[in-house]
Design a protein. Structure first.
Length: 277
């Protein structure tokens, strides 16, 4: 439903950096919702540093309420995807009292090396991809999101559910985005990870809109406070009411339609807005 554009990155850096190499990494980007409370920002940085050090992560960028971290770039980190996930879980557990924090976890390739003065440098589309997904998570109010590639590697350890689909220059093909719901060390899966939600999302993803609407409505009877289900139901109803499913079908993976649709849901559905979309 969404698209992210990570721009063009020049990977041919072997002649410019010392010891330049390309390697697979895990990246997280965390954003604190409150960007003006310096006391909360200081606590956010302290908690993040503690979790990052405990999981052998390397900070790539730290800018107040935003932090980007990498695993397995300048030094080998065994099971780096699980280490990054452990960092996410630890951060969210300790940040409960600081309001909303949105974290995105992705995997991909980066080019890393050292400048002549010894400074370490890491670049790659997956870095910007993580940063864009953290913005998406904040927009749709999801705490921790991860890509389909990450989910396949950690699915035995967590409860998660699909909540979006993205495309962009950092992705080889459109991929599902999952929202982490809990650890499988817990007694039982949360209701929000039920098969009913997954089936409703699948119907929407396949543009079986009438099925999706009835399935989301049925699911919301048992989980009336699930904001993700409400959000996806509003998208489904808008597509049905405006008969714009064909637009989503034609441009699902080539244009940022999801945010447009959510915006128009809030504005109402008129013929002018449909034509503009």
């Amino acid at each position: 439903f969404s698209s992210v554009d990570s721009g063009d990155i020049d990977y041919d850096l072997s002649n410019r950096w010392l010891g330049a190499k390309t390697t697979n990494v895990s990246i997280i980007c965390a954003r604190l919702a409150n960007e003006t409370d310096f006391t909360q920002i200081e606590a956010f940085v302290d908690i993040s540093n503690s979790a990052i050090n405990a999981s052998d992560g390397t900070i790539l960028y730290l800018g107040g309420s935003i932090i980007t971290v990498c695993w397995n770039a300048h030094g080998p980190v065994a099971n780096h995807v699980h280490q990054a996930l452990s960092c996410c879980i630890s951060m969210q557990a300790q940040l409960l009292g600081l309001g909303q924090c949105n974290i995105a976890l992705v995997t991909g390739q980066v080019c890393c090396g050292n400048l002549s003065d010894g400074m370490q440098v890491t670049v790659g589309k997956c870095i910007t991809y993580a940063q864009q997904l953290a913005i998406l998570a904040r927009t749709i109010r999801a705490k921790t999101v991860l890509t389909d590639k990450v989910y396949e590697q950690v699915r035995s350890a967590i409860f998660a559910r699909p909540i979006d689909s993205v495309s962009g220059t950092a992705t080889d093909k459109p991929e599902l985005i999952y929202e982490v719901q809990g650890l499988k060390t817990d007694a039982s899966p949360p209701k929000t990870c039920s098969l009913a939600f997954t089936e409703a999302f699948s119907s929407l993803h396949q543009l079986r809109l009438k099925d999706a609407k009835s399935q989301f409505l049925e699911y919301l009877q048992s989980c009336p406070r699930d904001n993700q289900a409400k959000r996806l139901l509003s998208i489904t109803e808008w597509l049905i009411d405006t008969d714009c499913g064909y637009l989503l079908e034609e441009k699902l993976y080539s244009r940022r339609l999801y945010s447009d649709i959510e915006f128009y849901c809030m504005q109402g559905s008129s013929e002018d807005k449909t034509e503009e979309l």
